[in-house]
Design a protein around this ligand. Structure first.
Ligand SMILES: Cc1cc2nc3c(=O)[nH]c(=O)nc-3n(C[C@H](O)[C@H](O)[C@H](O)COP(=O)(O)OP(=O)(O)OC[C@H]3O[C@@H](n4cnc5c(N)ncnc54)[C@H](O)[C@@H]3O)c2cc1C
Length: 435
């Protein structure tokens, strides 16, 4: 039976960055056997939101490696150099590459680890392997693309599975209706509804804004209602002093605060990341609404200060939303062919994957190094990436601190392995002494 030192669930930017860190640690004499499991058939970064003309919302210098090791092979600059585009990229005069290009960079980085990642396998659950009352190993159960169940064993685990679509409660009963879908599957699903004439986009963030513009620019010219509770679409504030909250050292600051302080701080800066599209995009949307007033072709509606009260499907095949105008308290029905929910993500998926371990995990809290706290008889170290916003700040779900975070996790992992080696050596010595 092969036992990996570390299994990583998911092979998105967080775990690719970790694979790079571990690779580079070999030069310092640290070597472990790490293996990753990714449910997509190959690397893809938010493929269903890979829209034309979309750009990174973060500097390319916050790539997979630069902030940890600017001389790494895996920096975005070296990727450009390898692809012979460095000079031309400089002439673009931007810190914000297109999402297409950043996806290509991430895929290039991921391709270096093809022998260490099983693609097309979805991890279903992680189970404890016990010796007497002690949990010494983890059994990672996954399903491959043929439906076959596989099991692997790990001494340690890192869960970097990203977010799961947040579906507002009033849509829950229709979550399997193909005409109502989350932005997470936008390109795939909208391709199936090419003849939709009337579309509702629910949400006020970057994805809602991008989807609105994508639909606006489509040749089949659907009518779009952009529905949000907010009074105005506000831009993300990326001015320098505000941006400091995404610095790696801010993580120490926020982690060291009391829980009420942290909550207050997160509320204060919430808008820098959520419900805050880029200003350029907001201007494009404003222009689209302005131009339709000029032409008199009122294709779209901006339903600000609106809330969806309830949803039902009608026998003739359309979707009826009960809309509440929050300014007037007036309620009315509106009919759509398709509803897109650009309603964000939940970050609690790890809890269902790790459910069989919950007797050892308490309330699933992490320490400063992203390691889940566990009972003394639970020995594997389990780290989380992208699920620690409450304790580690807003940068946790973004690319901002990825390179530095994987360095911190790498150190914690090697410390754990060394401690286990020492205690195992100790128990061997004790065993010999007892003979
Ligand atoms: C459209 C969009 C644009 C964004 N743009 C930016 C940006 O410009 N800048 C920024 O900083 N952040 C951006 N983000 C935030 C985003 O979270 C990060 O960019 C980044 O993707 C986080 O990497 P991750 O590896 O933690 O998560 P993800 O990229 O979500 O990767 C998680 C991986 O785990 C896999 N997985 C999930 N469950 C399982 C399972 N059970 N078994 C096996 N594999 C599994 C998934 O298939 C996925 O590949 C964007 C997010 C979206 C949705």
């Amino acid at each position: 039976m092969q036992i990996h030192d570390l299994i990583g669930i998911g092979f998105g930017p967080s775990n690719i960055s970790l694979a790079i860190t571990l690779e580079e640690k070999k030069q310092e004499g640290y070597e472990i056997d790490a293996f990753f499991i990714e449910k997509q058939p190959n690397f893809a970064w938010h493929a269903n939101m890979m829209l034309d003309n979309t750009h990174m919302q973060i500097s390319f210098l916050k790539d997979l490696a630069t902030l940890r090791n600017p001389s790494s092979h895996f920096t975005f600059i070296n990727y450009l150099h390898q692809k012979q585009r460095l000079q031309d990229f400089i002439n673009l005069k931007t810190f914000f590459p297109s999402r297409h290009e950043f996806n290509d960079y991430l895929a290039w980085a991921a391709s270096h680890f093809d022998d260490r990642c099983a693609y097309g396998e979805e991890v279903l659950e992680v189970l404890p392997e016990k010796r007497n009352d002690e949990v010494t190993l983890l059994r990672v159960r996954s399903r491959d693309s043929q439906g076959a169940i596989r099991e692997r064993f790990a001494r340690n685990l890192i869960v970097s599975v990203g977010g799961v679509p947040r579906i507002p409660e009033c849509f829950h009963h229709l979550r399997n209706d193909g005409r109502i879908f989350h932005s997470n599957s936008y390109l795939r699903e909208i391709a199936r509804h090419g003849n939709a004439e009337k579309i509702a986009v629910v949400g006020a963030g970057q994805s809602a804004a991008e989807i609105f513009m994508d639909l606006h620019n489509r040749p089949d010219a659907p009518h779009v209602d952009l529905i949000m509770r907010a009074r105005a679409i506000k831009p993300s504030d990326d001015s320098p002093f505000v941006n400091e909250i995404f610095n790696a050292d801010f993580t120490d600051f926020i982690f060291s605060r009391s829980e009420p302080d942290r909550t207050a701080l997160l509320e204060e800066v919430w808008h820098t990341n959520y419900a805050a599209p880029d200003l350029v995009l907001i201007e494009q949307i404003f222009n689209a609404f302005y131009q339709q007033r000029v032409t008199g072709d009122l294709r779209h509606r901006f339903l600000r200060r609106h809330e969806v009260g309830s949803v039902r499907t009608l026998p003739e095949g359309r979707i009826e939303l009960l809309l509440r105008d929050l300014n007037t308290d007036r309620e009315y029905n509106a009919l759509y062919d398709v509803v897109v929910l650009a309603t964000g993500y939940r970050r609690d998926y790890h809890k269902s994957l790790l459910r069989p371990l919950s007797p050892y995990m308490g309330s699933f809290t992490v320490d400063r190094h992203y390691r889940l706290k566990s009972t003394p008889n639970f020995h594997p170290a389990i780290f989380l990436q992208g699920a620690c916003e409450e304790t580690h700040g807003l940068s946790d779900t973004l690319l901002s601190v990825i390179a530095v975070r994987t360095d911190e996790i790498g150190h914690a992992l090697f410390d754990t392995i060394e401690q286990k080696d020492v205690s195992q050596a100790g128990s061997q010595i004790r065993a010999v002494a007892n003979q």
